[in-house]
Design a protein around this ligand. Structure first.
Ligand code: PGA
Length: 252
């Protein structure tokens, strides 16, 4: 059975004290509530990862990075490597977020390298895919998502792919307040699961967690998560407020 997941992508937000307060509030909630077959992940900026893994050490809260280098180590000033993350107890890493693709020109090929290096170091990639508004308007959204998966994760062997989480994030819905309708999310998630079935097999497809991202919040989470192929969410803005984020976890 696939795991239901709520993952918070803080992006470049929060100063140290705020980060500490937010992480502690989530842990307090998790300690008081049994979450069976459900995983909660926070992806704070890398400077707070050690704080997060320290605070979360005795709890069920899981920690992910927002980015990793495609190199193992060496003279790459400012980069953070997969071995560094795993040595700090970080279990996940977001790879392929639309902001990385857009502002940092991350290509399909580079993302494939990042996926490979993450898996090599026992880090589960949360691989993001999704189309731009003009692409959806032109009816190309299925092709775009298929290409993103083909080029950056479908080269994996079945056993490795089993350790990948997919996040469908229509770019027009990210940080805009415009959410994909539950029907639009379900349609794309079912399409993605179908591609996984074709590429690997039925069992792999059934076991892959596919998260929705893009203006998901406490008000719309319930409806989005009630779709059969939506296994949770990758939450941006709404993960920055403990109360809001906890409500989203409760909607799982
Ligand atoms: P948002 O971001 O929830 O603020 O739209 C989603 C994401 O970046 O994963």
């Amino acid at each position: 059975m696939r795991t239901k997941i709520v993952a918070g992508n803080w992006k470049m937000n929060k100063i140290f004290e705020e980060a500490e307060g937010l992480i502690s509030a989530i842990i307090e909630f998790m300690d008081e509530n049994e979450l069976e077959n459900k995983a909660v992940i926070i992806c704070p900026p890398s400077v707070y990862l050690e704080l997060a893994t320290d605070l979360a050490a005795e709890s069920d809260l899981l920690v992910g990075g927002q980015n990793i280098s495609n190199f193992e180590s060496g003279a790459y000033t400012g980069e953070i490597s997969a071995p560094m993350l795993s040595s700090m107890g970080v279990d996940f890493c977001i790879i392929g977020r639309s902001e990385r693709r857009k502002y940092f020109n991350e290509s399909h090929e580079l993302l494939a390298q990042k996926v490979n290096i993450a898996l090599k170091h026992q880090i589960t990639p949360i691989f993001c895919c999704g189309e731009l508004l003009p692409e959806r308007e032109a009816g190309k959204h299925f092709d775009i998502v298929k290409t993103q998966l083909d080029e950056s994760v479908f080269h994996l062997k079945k056993g490795d792919f089993a350790n990948v989480v997919i996040a469908y994030e229509p770019v027009w819905a990210i940080g805009t307040g415009v959410t994909a309708s539950p029907a639009q999310a379900q349609e794309m998630h079912a399409f993605i699961r179908g591609l996984i079935r074709e590429k690997f097999d039925k069992e792999t497809a059934e076991n892959t967690s596919i998260l929705y991202g893009g203006s998901c919040n406490a008000k719309n989470a319930n409806e989005l998560f009630s779709n059969p192929d939506v296994d949770g969410g990758l939450i941006g803005g709404a993960s920055l407020d403990a109360e809001e984020f906890i409500k989203i976890i409760q909607a799982l």
